[in-house]
Design a protein around this ligand. Structure first.
Ligand code: MLT
Ligand code: ZN
Length: 453
């Protein structure tokens, strides 16, 4: 498909956002049409870049009048194909709407959808506070996308997912109407909680345009530890010891040998601890030095060998090994990324069975696992299968459900896992979701194919 197709739609979009912000040329559209993994994407009819909530509403009304579907897009860091076109939609990029307001006395800040996580973190730090959410794609990922996917990241263990930070939300519905609850009230139960419904709806019910974000205290005394372990069961035991002994626990991440070796090679780094089948990276944060808590947890779990980092530079060096996974994996090919949740009790068994399950579905595939141990949130990455070959994806998701897990933990279903929704949620729950979708977006205009297939 080239160009907008329907000149009257192009005129309507130009009237909505101005000529400069309607991109019809294939070269200009291209970066918005392919996702970060390079696995998902297709040509868009047009890319529009509204500069305000009113402009987003005007774009949705124009697209509705022309019966053209819309794909909302933030920083395009999604990993499940939910923010790129499936073919012929109008991409609504929110990246021009990036203002971050002043931090109020209650530690709340109003943020536009296109502001990056880094921008929010910087504003929080300037006020002596912390955003309470973090992950490696912070420089590109935008608040609108983060909220639309209910992103989690490495600090969700302590501060919850995006949902826990949002105390106000403004969004544009498919018909161009605007819902706004920006009072920042901790308690407001007047009527159905539409913001709660829209958070995590992956752009299928509304386009999130602004939020009020609740910041958390800044905890300057931090210590991180990288611990080599013989197996996943030891990692779960270490996590249990941290929960018991370390109230300052902020992050507890898991890496496997395959991923660690890939990252070390990619970054040309030396291994800071002896080679092991499994590594845990834990971070504690408090007002005063939490090293005692770490020592108590290590004593409880019988840990003797670890790399400890108690200054910013050495902590960042440990975190690069964890955060470097996504890029190191993508440098080796187009990964099949399966973000899943597994109950901690079932996690060692899941990891034990995983290699055989993937090999059975896709002989010769290479599996790399890392993730947020404390949340039971694993990122299973499979290299080898063609982008359209879903055999390994299906095998992994089947195993997840057999273990009582979740087929998506923090990335969303996107288009990648939509066909697994009924297996995960059951027919009645999916039927209820469809009724909600039909009530808010009768024409199926918003992000078709995502979540509900
Ligand atoms: C992470 O935890 O690093 C992100 O979810 C990205 C990924 O899964 O690759
Ligand atoms: Zn993650």
């Amino acid at each position: 498909m080239s160009g907008v197709g329907d000149p009257t739609l192009a005129d309507a979009l130009r009237a909505a956002v101005g000529d400069r912000h309607v991109l019809l040329d294939a070269d200009l559209r291209a970066p918005y049409e392919i996702d970060w993994t390079r696995r998902f994407g297709a040509p868009a009819r047009a890319v529009v870049r509204p500069g305000s909530t009113a402009e987003v509403a005007a774009v949705l009304r124009a697209c509705g009048a022309h019966r053209v579907a819309v794909v909302p897009q933030g920083g395009n860091t999604g990993l499940v194909g939910g923010g790129v076109p499936r073919g012929g939609e109008v991409v609504v990029s929110l990246t021009r709407m990036r203002d971050v307001g002043e931090v109020g006395a209650l530690g709340q800040v109003e943020v536009a959808a296109g502001a990056t996580l880094t921008a929010l973190q910087a504003r929080a730090a300037a006020a002596g506070l912390d955003a309470g959410l973090d992950f490696a794609a912070r420089d590109s990922a935008t608040i609108g996308g983060i909220v639309a996917c209910d992103a989690g990241g490495t600090r969700a263990l302590r501060h919850g997912t995006a949902r826990a930070r949002v105390v106000g939300l403004e969004a544009v519905l498919a018909d161009g109407s605007i819902v706004r609850r920006m009072g920042g009230l901790a308690k407001d139960n007047a009527g159905l909680n539409l913001p709660a419904l829209l958070i995590g709806s992956e752009g299928t019910l509304a386009v999130v345009t602004r939020v009020v974000w609740k910041l958390v205290p800044r905890l300057p005394a931090r210590v991180a530890a990288l611990v080599p372990l013989p197996d996943a069961a030891s990692a779960v035991s270490l996590f249990a010891a941290l929960i018991a002994e370390a109230p300052s626990l902020e992050a507890c991440e898991l890496m496997g040998d395959a991923g660690m070796e890939l990252v070390l090679a990619h970054l040309r780094r030396e291994r800071p601890v002896p080679r092991a089948p499994v590594y845990v990276l834990a971070e504690l944060a408090a007002r005063r030095d939490p090293t005692d808590e770490l020592a108590a947890a290590f004593a409880r779990a019988g840990i003797e060998d670890a790399a400890i980092a108690d200054d910013t530079t050495s902590r960042e060096r440990l975190w690069t090994l964890r955060e470097g996974h996504t890029e190191a994996i993508s440098a080796r090919g187009v990964p099949h990324k399966l973000d899943v949740g597994v109950p901690l009790a079932a996690l060692p068994g899941f990891l034990e069975r995983l290699p055989d399950v993937v090999a059975g579905a896709c002989p010769g595939a290479h599996t790399i696992v890392f993730g947020h141990l404390g949340d039971g949130n694993l990122h299973v990455n499979v290299l080898g299968p063609e982008p359209a070959d879903e055999a390994a994806d299906d095998a992994v998701l089947e195993l997840v459900l057999a273990c009582g897990g979740a087929i998506s933990a923090e990335h969303g279903l996107g288009v990648a896992k939509a066909r697994w929704l009924t297996a995960a949620r059951g027919a009645d729950e999916v039927a209820a979701m469809r009724r909600i979708k039909a009530a808010l977006d009768a024409g199926g205009m918003l992000n078709p194919g995502v979540i509900l297939g």
